[in-house]
Design a protein around this ligand. Sequence first.
Ligand SMILES: Nc1ncnc2c1ncn2[C@@H]1O[C@H](COP(=O)(O)OP(=O)(O)OP(=O)(O)O)[C@@H](O)[C@H]1O
Length: 305
Amino acid sequence: MLSAIEIERVCKDFGSVRALVDIDLEIRPGEFFALLGPNGAGKTTLINIIAGLTLANSGSVNVMGHNVITQYQQARRSLGVVPQELVYDPFFSVREVLLIQSGYYGIKHNAPWVDEIIERLDLTDKANANMRSLSGGMKRRVLVAQALVHKPPVIILDEPTAGVDVELRQTLWDFIRQLNQDGHTIVLTTHYLEEAETMCSRVAMLKAGRIIALDSTQNLIGKLAAVNSLRIRLSPDHLPLALQQLKQSYFNGLYELRIDNYAQIEFILSVLRSENTHIQEMYLQQPDLEDAFVNLIRNSGNKLQ
Ligand SMILES: Nc1ncnc2c1ncn2[C@@H]1O[C@H](COP(=O)(O)OP(=O)(O)OP(=O)(O)O)[C@@H](O)[C@H]1O
């Protein structure tokens, strides 16, 4: 089956900085895929190589089967990129910007689609406003719209919700989810891990230019954050000796105990009962993508599959 994005053995150095090392990655059509990693991991560099904006030192990248260097035009038509930085032309209105962008792709008579994107991104009130006059969040919506004027099958969003308020974040995600349901492949980088967790079915984690984990979101959480923890407030405020080995932290009167399985909760309760210690508060912490991410970044000397 044709891949939406196929990356083979891509390396990129900036002088002595090894930004990407031997990246192999295949993203399938229709996927909602997250590219995660700490600052400087290489996410934007990889996106720029996919978009044909940065040249890799070695390796190859295809978008919908088109090589991003030798078949640049077809690859570019297959891809829409929403960049991280707010770049805009201050001299045009929102609608003009989108029609001009359509022209870059050689698309004439694009007004009906441009108007539809404007409406779906809640920009109708601002369609004739000058770009200069828009708030940061509105400008970001226009960036999303710009990436969509040529109806690309693959859309990459580089931190689309950075600095965006909660309401706009919701509008953006509803729209992007709809695009994915309509069949578009979506690749996303974000530092908001709960967004990746709710939206994306598969995740690649990058660190120092290497993919250190690649799996479905649920598997990754299961594999790397298998540890639950129990937070309890006790009276008297003393953790019995038999439970000391489970203690992970103590803060503000709350003990955090490591739980590897649910049977351990029964053990904890029985120890507390026998010691005549009462529970004043208790929370079970479920693992999430953030736990997986933190564990992985901490212990990423070795590559995980
Ligand atoms: N044009 C450039 N010249 C020199 N070094 C660069 C250049 N672009 C990126 N780098 C370096 O390459 C590495 C990867 O950077 P990149 O911007 O791809 O990371 P990132 O994962 O997107 O980070 P962030 O989450 O902060 O956006 C970093 O060490 C960065 O300093």
